[in-house]
Design a protein around this ligand. Sequence first.
Ligand SMILES: [Mg+2]
Length: 358
Amino acid sequence: MSTTIKDLRAEPLDLPLKEPFVIATGRKDAASNVLVRVELADGTIGWGEVSATPYTSGDTQATAIAALDHLRPVVIGKDVRSWRSLLAETRRHLRFQAGAHSGLEIAVFDAFGKATGVPLWQLFGGVKAAVETDLTLSLGTPEETGTAAGRAVRDGFRKIKIKVGMGVAIDIARVIAVRAAAPQCELALDANQAFTPKQAVELAHRVAAEGIELSLLEQPVRRDDLAGMRHVREHCGVPVGADESVFSPEDAIRVVREGAADVINIKVAKAGLAGALDIASVARAANVDLMIGCMMESKIGLAASVHLACGLGCFTHCDLDSIYLLRPFACEGGFTLRGAEFSVEGITGGTGITYEPH
Ligand SMILES: [Mg+2]
């Protein structure tokens, strides 16, 4: 069969950042990613990428490569047109390893779409051909954060996400600096689990007291503290988002049952593409809004998220900004970028990524 998998390869993909990126749980100077290559019997190549994020998913570059090597005999000979059963089988063979599974899924979907002439955004629903992203600002002094916000406005961004978690007083000074530099932008905060519920509520109230409106307070408290998330949601006056709390559809159901969030942040790097589709179904059925985020993927991995966002067309928050944080990287296709807007118009199959490793 021409759409059966002939080979799976994983190799290091080290990508320098334009400048260090700091959040409450860690700091990155470079992205130690993994390039995933799936080859079909007809010669079609599907590309995927793992963004190894040890402090979020537990994956490192080395463990992701080992996990994908482990899965090679499981996928060889399988038909990518039966992607749902293929991917269920890989998850039965290897628990956890969210990043490795995600990189494999992206490559499998890309190969499927290229071999059959279906662009992924249409496979996922074809709702719209373009999405607009925000830009995320790293932890830093109020002056640094304000300067970065001014640069974001000049670069055409209309939505800004500010990483917080340095402490309520300094975070407020940073939010004020961003508002001054970007008076028209929609502002969201992401604490990456840094606060206690009480601190998170205090931060939201003090920001409101400055007359600054927020569109979202993402992952204010520890990932497993769903009661704390609900407390913040009930008292802070701002929509609360669950990111680290939701890796799987089962996590999403728990968040819904606990009333822990107004928004669920889906990332392909956490759930894979099949899991992302299932989480989206859970959230939509429960009237929970959806956000799509990313880790530190290059264009190769990010393209899958752009296609998912366009295809489903149901994300009220779009945070697909890794490509702006990495130094330019030689890889073609996937999408076209105009300012803050990604377009998948003209993609003829899969994510449309073409790549020639050096
Ligand atoms: Mg987040």
